[in-house]
Write a protein that binds this ligand. Structure first.
Ligand SMILES: Nc1ncnc2c1ncn2[C@@H]1O[C@H](COP(=O)(O)OP(=O)(O)OP(=O)(O)O)[C@@H](O)[C@H]1O
Ligand SMILES: [Mg+2]
Length: 265
């Protein structure tokens, strides 16, 4: 199983949008995919229409090991091959548990080991703060996708996320490598990219290099429509808007194969 964190250290950078769209597309292409909602705001759980009773297990119980892994994984209705470990607002209470455990950064990674052969890809929607949850998410990841708004705020979010990643890499708390930076809400007027978007994407390119800049997600109501209608962009008649995800799926497929080979040898 290839574990991918979708992280960016500000709100509204496209983490949940990217997690949801990638999850839907990967599962449709036949990849058994596990989504993990690691944000106490639990938008991903909401978008997948999972209505949990208060006593039903979530990521909180999965991390605390108070239920078996299988009991905290839910199928996603209408999406064969797509599964979810959901969150609710109680997830915030895990912060102290993680910091007191002494092994917080490796906890999620260890919990995922027993189910590593059940799924091909695991996608984790990280919280927007540099919290204990964020650290355990990065600790579990093989790869990192960093969505960042094509704006001054988004550029700052990318810089802070890279800074955290490097710190964790330096102390051996994660092996994650950046798969790509996904410019989000890239604004164009007709055929012209706005000055702010262009400057932000240029700045992102300077940070990570051309090879890691993914095709942008354009500013468009279509994405919101797809999310709200529980649909994909191609089902709504806009397959061209799915191009950034097609590029990502190609990268994911290659990395998943390489990991499988490495695990076998
Ligand atoms: N292409 C788009 N153009 C404009 N708005 C979009 C687009 N795609 C998604 N949105 C909207 O942008 C908002 C922020 O996106 P999203 O929720 O994915 O960010 P996030 O990083 O998960 O935020 P948070 O840190 O709060 O969890 C959402 O309201 C979403 O519906
Ligand atoms: Mg979100």
């Amino acid at each position: 199983m290839l574990t991918i964190a979708i992280a960016s250290l500000s709100g509204g950078q496209g983490k949940t949008t990217a997690s949801l769209m990638l999850g839907r597309l990967l599962s449709r292409q036949g990849y058994p995919t596990l989504l993990i909602d690691a944000d106490p705001q639990h938008n991903l759980t909401t978008y997948l229409d999972l209505e949990l009773q208060t006593n039903q297990p979530t990521l909180l119980e999965f991390l605390k090991k108070s239920v078996s892994a299988e009991n905290s994984i839910y199928p996603s209705e209408g999406n064969e091959n797509l599964f979810l470990i959901p969150a609710d607002d109680q997830l915030d209470t895990i912060q102290d548990y993680l910091s007191n455990s002494g092994v917080g950064a490796t906890l999620l990674k260890r919990r995922l080991e027993p189910i590593a052969n059940t799924f091909k890809v695991c996608i984790i929607d990280a919280p927007p703060q540099r919290s204990q949850i964020c650290l355990t998410v990065l600790g579990a990841a093989d790869s990192l996708i960093i969505p960042a708004e094509a704006s001054v705020k988004g550029y700052g979010s990318l810089v802070r996320t890279l800074d955290l990643l490097r710190t964790l890499q330096d102390i051996g708390a994660t092996d994650a490598q950046v798969m790509g930076v996904l410019p989000f809400r890239d604004r164009w007027i007709g055929n012209t990219q706005t000055h702010e978007s262009r400057a932000a994407v240029d700045g992102m390119r300077d940070e990570v290099g051309e090879a890691l800049i993914l095709p942008s997600i354009r500013e468009s109501e279509r994405y919101k429509q797809a999310i709200n209608r529980r649909s994909t962009l191609s089902d709504l008649g806009y397959p061209e808007l799915e191009y950034p995800f097609a590029v990502l799926i190609d990268k994911i497929s290659k990395l998943a194969k390489a990991k499988k080979k490495k695990t076998k040898s």
